[in-house]
Design a protein around this ligand. Structure first.
Ligand SMILES: Nc1ncnc2c1ncn2[C@@H]1O[C@H](COP(=O)(O)OP(=O)(O)OP(=O)(O)O)[C@@H](O)[C@H]1O
Length: 337
């Protein structure tokens, strides 16, 4: 596997010395994938992204993004960012916003026009490109926000709640855009509450709770562990089969047998037993945990394990070869975002 694009540890953040937003967090984001960061409100998702982008300062962060220490200036030129609740001046048109952000990102003017046109097309805003943002719907502004995040042709793009306010058709288009970005070899880092949306696009996820990662990995693997087979049947299940299936650890509810199995082979004797009793099998299907189930389960487990331990205010010295994000700049009054 290629090197991860982000590999950080010891990420701690206290706002005003009190609110402990991130606690000794470690995170690895593989290259060229769609990565989803999930967590309840206030879990620390936006704070983490802002630290990676040097918008918020944190002490003692170890690790790298795109092979360089966090805070490396040149690396920031290779990332794109759509902040949560992004606002652009309402007197600008969509095209103006792209021209403006192209300038900020040092995109040469001879490329900026072509790039803007391509991005306006990509996000479905070509027809409204020359009208002012104040006439745009929330979803249209969000589309422009995604386009500006791509203006510098980034290797990694951070999208904080990208489909906020976007209609269902628009969400599908956004998913297609993200998949296209991944297929072009970019890494897409999404913060979102919309678990159904994330489930449809993410290759990898991490679940954050109270400033710590409580679950992470490939989405398919995380949910495969809970794979089950379900048999729907018609008729009454004889008592001896009820006993046998219960002893086998199957769940029996209302003409449905749910079995914890990873392949269909194990279901065959159950089907045979049902048919031997003249029961009609009406449906056989494979199910697995949804991302929502995984999320709720992870957060519940974290709650049962109690609050995370307090991390001492003083961070350990950085490891050789891993420069911390600007330590001298730890904010005293909150962040600078
Ligand atoms: N500028 C700030 N000053 C003080 N506290 C802050 C600041 N920004 C965030 N916090 C606090 O840090 C914690 C983490 O906030 P953060 O916005 O990172 O969470 P989040 O997971 O992105 O939440 P949401 O899903 O609601 O957007 C919260 O307790 C929040 O109140």
């Amino acid at each position: 596997m290629s090197n991860p694009v982000i590999d950080v540890s010891c990420v701690n953040k206290r706002y005003r010395g009190k609110i402990h937003a991130l606690r000794d967090l470690s995170l690895t984001v593989p290259s060229g994938r769609i990565f989803g960061l999930l967590g309840p409100n206030g879990a620390g998702k936006s704070t983490l992204v802002k630290i990676l982008l040097s918008i918020v300062k944190a002490r003692g962060v170890r690790g790298v993004m795109l092979g360089h220490p966090i805070g490396h200036r040149a690396t920031l030129g290779k990332v794109g960012y759509l902040p949560e609740h992004a606002r652009f001046p309402s007197y600008l048109s969509g095209r103006d916003v792209l021209r403006y952000t192209a300038g900020l990102a040092n995109v040469p003017s001879k490329h900026a026009k072509q790039r803007s046109d391509e991005l306006l097309e990509l996000v479905g805003m070509s027809e409204r490109a020359n009208t002012k943002l104040r006439t745009y719907s929330k979803g249209m502004k969000q589309r422009i926000g995604i386009a500006q995040a791509l203006i510098n042709n980034p290797e990694v793009v951070f999208l904080d709640e990208p489909t906020d306010g976007v209609d269902p058709q628009g969400r599908r288009e956004m998913r297609d855009i993200m998949i296209k970005m991944r297929d072009q070899g970019r890494t897409v880092f999404i913060n979102s509450h919309l678990l159904g949306e994330l489930e449809m696009v993410c290759d990898n996820v991490a679940i954050l709770n109270q400033g710590q990662v409580v679950k992470h990995g490939e989405l398919a693997e995380l949910t495969a562990a809970s794979r089950r087979f379900e048999i729907h049947y018609q008729g009454d299940l004889p008592a001896e089969l009820q006993q046998q299936f219960t002893a086998d650890g199957f769940e029996l509810t209302n003409q449905l047998i749910s079995m914890p199995m990873t392949d269909a082979l194990g279901a065959q004797p159950v089907i045979d037993a049902l048919r031997a009793k003249q029961l009609v099998i009406s449906e056989l299907k494979q199910s697995r945990q949804s991302l929502e189930d995984l999320f709720i389960e992870s957060i519940e487990t974290a709650k049962q394990n109690g609050p995370p331990p307090e991390v001492p205010k003083k961070s350990p010295p950085p490891l050789a070869g891993f420069a911390p994000a600007d330590e001298s700049n730890e904010d005293k009054k909150g962040d600078r975002a």
